[in-house]
Design a protein around this ligand. Structure first.
Ligand code: SF4
Length: 331
């Protein structure tokens, strides 16, 4: 157990309030918050999943998904357990809803050592929701950056302003979910306000973090074309160069709605492409929808066949080889 950073006394007794994410759970002595990863022990809040890993693997960076950040490279990817949201369609429920039996204990310095041994330039915090391992990912990303290893966060973005600002200082890239554009859907099915997520995206961008966004499309829930257009327009207001991944949903956890129709994904992607330069369709093999094209001249810049990546249309300065447009890429 590790003392939590963000909490406060709630009343005169030993009840506490966690201030890490906008849920602001009130936690009585001996109890845990909504995410189950924070316990009140004698008036002190502790993180229960510090250094507790449920998965550790070398993944293609495209799997995060990050398509404009060291394309074609691999990254050491780790997950813990727990989540602060209530999605009934969770695609990772085995590790997000409770603590699994099999846990590997790995401290920050050990994880950095593993990244070095496996010749990974970075560490990705992913699989479950990393925000509920705030203390661990902050300690590890800070120590890693001192050793020249970058950190990546794959997150729902539901975190309070100050901890997000802190994390943004030690993360090089993030993929943040926008789970839909409908406020009611966010409130009722996800368990938070959409504004919390948008604020996190703005904070990360302001801090210079490379950002890509993902929307998982669930039939009948967030597949409205007008809402997709509004989402794309909001992203465009930050930058039309922010990559948007429109991903296919498959039934999981408590949701039995059939998988998203491919035609619906194509329609939504076309709508988003009216306003954004880089829109991808994921979780489905669809020719041309995972490739990167120059937004000015249409030159094929990066070809992707599954996780096989060929960077062919970008020069060493990150410009299109055909029209010399500067492409939004980190490499
Ligand atoms: S991090 Fe967990 S305990 Fe803290 S407010 Fe969020 S859900 Fe509640």
């Amino acid at each position: 157990m590790k003392p939590a950073v963000y909490f406060d006394e709630y009343d005169e007794g030993s009840t506490l309030q966690c201030l890490l994410c906008p849920r602001h759970c009130v936690i009585k002595q001996g109890e845990v918050g909504f995410c189950k990863t924070r316990r009140n022990v004698d008036g002190m809040l502790y993180s229960l999943n510090y250094g507790q890993l449920t998965s550790i693997a070398i993944d293609p960076i495209e799997k995060k998904p990050l398509f404009h950040f060291f394309p074609g490279e691999t990254i050491l990817s780790v997950g813990s357990w727990g989540c602060n949201l209530s999605c009934e369609f969770c695609q990772n429920w085995e590790i997000s809803k409770d603590r699994p039996k099999v846990i590997k204990h790995v401290m920050p310095q050990q994880l950095i050592q593993i990244a070095t041994e496996r010749k990974s330039k970075g560490i990705a915090f992913t699989y479950n929701e990393p925000v509920v391992s705030f203390e661990f990912i902050l300690d590890t990303s800070r120590a890693a950056s001192k050793e020249g290893i970058y950190s990546v966060l794959v997150t729902n973005g539901v975190i309070e302003r100050e901890p997000m600002e802190l994390l943004s200082q030690s993360m090089r890239a993030m993929n943040i979910d926008i789970k839909g554009w409908n406020d009611d859907f966010y409130r009722k099915e996800i368990g938070t306000e959409k504004a919390n997520v948008l604020r996190s995206i703005e904070i990360a961008i302001k801090s210079g973090v490379h950002i890509e966004l993902t929307t998982l499309i669930i039939p009948g829930k967030n597949d409205n074309l007008e809402e997709m257009e509004e989402e794309a327009l909001w992203i465009k207001s930050l930058s039309p160069d922010i990559p948007l991944h429109i991903n296919r949903y498959f039934p999981n956890y408590h949701y039995t709605v059939p998988a998203t129709q491919v035609e619906s994904l194509i329609e939504l992607a076309s709508k988003a492409k009216k306003h954004l330069n880089y829109v991808y369709v994921g979780n489905v093999v669809l020719e041309g929808y995972s490739d990167t094209f120059c937004p000015d001249c249409g030159n094929l810049l990066i070809e992707r066949r599954g996780y096989n990546v060929i960077v062919s249309g970008v020069d060493e300065k990150g410009r299109c080889t055909s029209c010399q447009k500067e492409i939004s890429l980190v490499f």
